[in-house]
Design a protein around this ligand. Structure first.
Ligand code: ASP
Ligand code: MG
Length: 411
């Protein structure tokens, strides 16, 4: 029996009618002969509400209790989806993370999936169930406590299940009809891509194209899970959505495939750090322990044994970062004179596997920004991406002008 994973995001299960609409799609796939594993998010807005309740109750909250509260949105939608399917005549059963069990590890609030034993699920299919509805975003830690997988984590739940049960495909149903060359809310000429490589998607996901959680793409790439992103509000068709697949499956490839952005970035500068072996290790070790997602890093030329060190991280992690750096100062004896946080930055990136073989992409990017009078604060590059940190107020302008400069409006 072939198995298919179908994941429905928050907007696709936002109310009882939407759940019924999603359930219809599940029934169709059952009719196509699949055993279906449905992964659901919480109703849209629910998780935010739960997070706010936690923060209102206790600002420096216990992350294990955060997980206890915030994971609950998915319990509701998984039960309702199973009920709706039963009402439509399909034998379905809901599963919370701990019941599968989805074994998790790491930190509460951003746990990772360790393993998904499939025995219970397969027993359920063997006993006549056609659909297993899994509460996304949830895992159970080794100590038995509920964990959540980080915001957007039900994408990762979906891909992990697809890998665990060797699914024919993992369909991610959302409120957009695929992956675009950039955010259509910023650039109206943004175009839907029919296919995109795992690597490009990974860069786009981690750069803030909010359609898929980064970790889900990493997993899909590692386990070669065929991923399709499509709208739950459109009729099924052959060309629906965007297929995220391996590079070899893509014939045409532009030099640049997309422009990504991340609006809330901070630029942190450690002024006049003592330049000796172990300094960077201590600083970034502390930041990593504090769970700060450091992105760009720059170390300047040293003078008189001292240097400036700059890095970027999301603005909502700045308080954690500052504390970690003060700890590095007192406990690791990392000597620095000042710590400056520039909270008004945004990151804009051009991404494309074609960059590997094409030169001049960076030059074109910098020229385009300079023609618009946009100053670049920090630059970082990888094999298939160029990112710049700029003033947040120019972010939209930068995205639009780069989208045009790289000819992304036309196929
Ligand atoms: N409900 C969770 C969130 O909003 C997980 C998800 O939707 O993927 O982040
Ligand atoms: Mg989501």
């Amino acid at each position: 029996m072939s198995r298919l994973v179908m994941k429905f995001g928050g907007t696709s299960v936002a109310d009882l009618d939407k759940i019924a609409n999603a359930a219809k799609k599940v029934v169709q796939e059952v009719g196509n002969g699949h055993d279906v594993i449905v992964i659901v998010s919480a109703m849209s807005g629910k998780t935010n509400e739960l997070v706010n309740w936690v923060k209102e109750t206790k600002e420096d909250y216990d992350q294990a209790e955060y997980d206890a509260v915030v994971s609950s949105g998915e319990n509701i939608t998984s039960g309702l989806m199973a009920l709706r399917l039963q009402q439509m005549g399909v034998p379905a059963r809901s599963w919370q993370g701990w019941q599968v069990p989805v074994q998790a590890t790491g930190h509460h609030e951003s746990a990772r999936i360790d393993a998904i034993p499939t025995e219970n699920l397969f027993k359920s299919f063997a006993s006549g169930h056609k659909v297993a509805v899994i509460a996304g975003f949830q895992g159970v830690m080794h100590d038995g406590r509920i964990a959540t997988l980080g915001r957007g984590g039900s994408d990762t739940t979906a891909v992990a299940f697809a890998a665990a049960v060797d699914a024919v495909r993992c369909d991610i149903y959302t409120d957009v009809d695929g992956i675009y060359t950039t955010d259509p809310r910023i650039e109206t000429n943004a175009r839907k891509l029919n296919k995109i490589s795992f690597e490009e998607m990974l860069e786009l996901a981690s750069l803030g194209a909010k359609v898929l959680q980064t970790r889900s793409v990493e997993l899909a790439m590692r386990y070669r899970v065929k991923l399709r992103v499509l709208s739950s509000f459109e009729e099924p068709s052959e060309t629906a959505g965007t297929l995220v697949c391996s590079e070899e499956e893509i014939m045409e490839s532009n030099v640049v495939s997309g422009i990504a952005y991340s609006r809330d970035e901070a630029k942190m500068t450690l002024v006049s750090v003592e330049d000796r072996p172990g300094t960077a290790a201590a600083i970034f070790g502390r930041l990593s322990e504090a769970n700060v997602n450091v992105d760009m890093i720059i170390q300047n030329i040293a003078e008189d044994g001292r240097t400036d060190m700059t890095f970027s991280c999301p603005t909502d992690q700045v308080a954690r970062a500052e504390k970690a750096l003060l700890d590095a100062k007192t406990e690791n004896h990392v000597d620095f004179v000042d710590l400056i946080a520039d909270m008004n930055a945004a990151k804009v990136s051009a991404v494309g596997i074609g960059m590997r073989s094409q030169s001049g992409v960076a030059a074109k990017m910098f020229k385009t920004l300079s023609d618009e009078g946009i100053n670049i604060k920090v630059i970082a590059t990888s094999e298939i991406k160029i990112s710049v940190l700029i003033d947040r107020k120019y972010m939209e302008l930068a995205v639009q002008s780069l989208h045009h400069a790289f000819g992304l409006e036309s196929a």
